[in-house]
Design a protein around this ligand. Structure first.
Ligand code: ZN
Length: 442
């Protein structure tokens, strides 16, 4: 696949995945089309050789695997993983705030969002609803499904400079006061308007019965309504929402779809990384170990599998900011369009070490993709990823890598136009024939 068609596909995935639920639904749909079989956690599994499967938890995390020859205790499993969530604004359960004929929606900040970037932008509303409805024969039933307004239905207006003379020098943002997006004005601003809009949107949920009675619960998030676009005089930059970390999820999916080798392969796209991963769908939860227990039920074979396996943990890396080189370590600052970034940290906030570094370097060489190395400045704290969670829980040797990204955790982030495809090429190498001899080092 050439870079342009790869990016077109990525742009579509980003735009149609405003929440982790949508990212997982889109991933599942792509897998189904390629013949992967959906497994349910509630049912027995009967796995066959050389077959592709996927399993979803909480509608927001997904594990995809290809069984290969089904003896992972002899070969190990080639894993990769990313996260489906991004920093954003989550709608409160009783959100309507009304005054002066205007309706705003109360929100909580989800993850470490760069809040100033959320002002004056068209905000989409999307997420998951649980409905009580009337099913066949008029029997009451509960239905759960996704909604996506797919439009700029709200905005957070800035205070004009004339009323805030220090806005350019001393701006502070109070999440409680300043962030509730403006949804309705004038005659449209009536109590219950949001409920009505959600009931309307809920009619498109496939499992909803013929009559929706009540919204029983929701997980709703605001997101940037503007689709991804190219920036730069030569279109060398990608500007898009949720690059951290849907760029990686997309690369994991596209590469795993190409595997047909004998070594089992697996990708986990976990939720809740931006809030610490300690949930059933998060990387600190049991989703991966539960799934691996069912793939390799025998305890000793499973432990042998862990010891032979290798994981590429995917999460975006900080690219050098053009105005702030002083925030980056000399020699470890990475640039857009210069290849995937290997991330290391002495405190093991990233899981990479010499052995996993060697594996990644080997893969990049095999795929003819340049790579870069990032280390945080020694006087600044370092972020983390799902890599250390998974490697510490399972013992699986792990490397932390990702695409170079500017403006991380802004409502829109930047990466190079070649960067997503470069990451994909390395993962494709991993899931096909790449770095086989290095698995013996685990
Ligand atoms: Zn991330």
């Amino acid at each position: 696949m050439d870079i342009e068609s790869y990016n077109k596909n990525l742009f579509h995935f980003l735009h149609t995945s405003p929440t982790p639920f949508h990212a997982v639904a889109n991933t599942a749909e792509a897998l189904r089309k390629k013949g992967f079989i959906k497994l349910l956690e509630t049912e027995p599994w009967h796995l066959e050789r050389a077959s592709g499967y996927f399993v979803v938890r909480n509608d927001s995390a997904i594990i995809v695997f290809y069984t290969g020859d089904l003896k992972p205790w002899e070969t190990g499993i080639k894993l990769c993983g990313g996260h489906t969530d991004s920093p954003c604004l989550k709608v409160k359960p009783m959100p309507e705030l009304q005054n002066n004929t205007m309706t705003r929606l109360g929100v909580e900040v989800y993850g470490g969002a760069l809040l100033n970037t959320w002002f004056d932008r068209g905000l989409n509303l999307a997420g998951r609803l649980v409905l009580r409805c009337r099913g066949k024969n008029n029997t009451p039933c509960l239905a759960s499904g996704l909604i996506n307004m797919d439009a700029p239905v709200a905005v957070i207006p800035s205070l004009p400079i004339h009323l805030d003379r220090e806005a350019n020098t001393k701006k502070t943002i109070n999440a409680q006061e300043d962030l509730p997006p403006l949804l309705l004005t004038g005659a449209f601003s009536k109590p219950g308007a949001l409920n009505e809009a959600l009931l309307n949107a809920g009619k498109h949920i496939p499992d909803a019965g013929h009559e929706i009675e009540e919204i029983m619960g929701f997980d709703l998030f605001f997101s940037d309504a503007q689709p991804p676009f190219y920036a730069g005089l030569n279109k060398e930059i990608i500007s898009a929402p949720r690059l951290d970390n849907l760029l990686s999820c997309h690369a994991a999916l596209e590469s795993l779809l190409l595997t047909r080798g004998t070594t089992p392969c697996l990708a986990i796209l976990a939720d809740h990384e931006e809030v610490g991963s300690e949930t059933p769908a998060g990387a600190r939860g049991s989703f991966l170990t539960d799934t691996l227990t069912r793939i390799v039920p025998d305890p000793e074979q499973r432990l042998r599998t862990f010891a032979r396996s290798f994981m590429i943990s995917l999460d975006n890396a900080h690219a050098l900011h053009p105005a702030h080189a002083e925030r980056y370590d000399t020699g470890h600052a990475c640039l857009l369009n210069q290849g995937p970034v290997l991330k290391l940290n002495a405190a093991m906030r990233y899981a990479s070490d010499a052995v996993s570094t060697a594996l990644f370097r080997q893969l990049c060489q095999e795929a003819s993709v340049p790579m870069q190395t990032f280390v945080m400045k020694s006087d600044m704290p370092c972020g983390s990823t799902i890599g250390p969670c998974i490697s510490s829980a399972t013992g699986i040797k792990t490397v932390d890598v990702g695409a170079p990204t500017m403006a991380m955790h802004a409502i829109r982030e930047l990466t190079g136009n070649t960067d997503p495809h470069s990451l994909f090429k390395v993962l494709k190498q991993w899931f096909t024939t790449g770095a086989e001899p290095l698995l013996s080092l685990t």
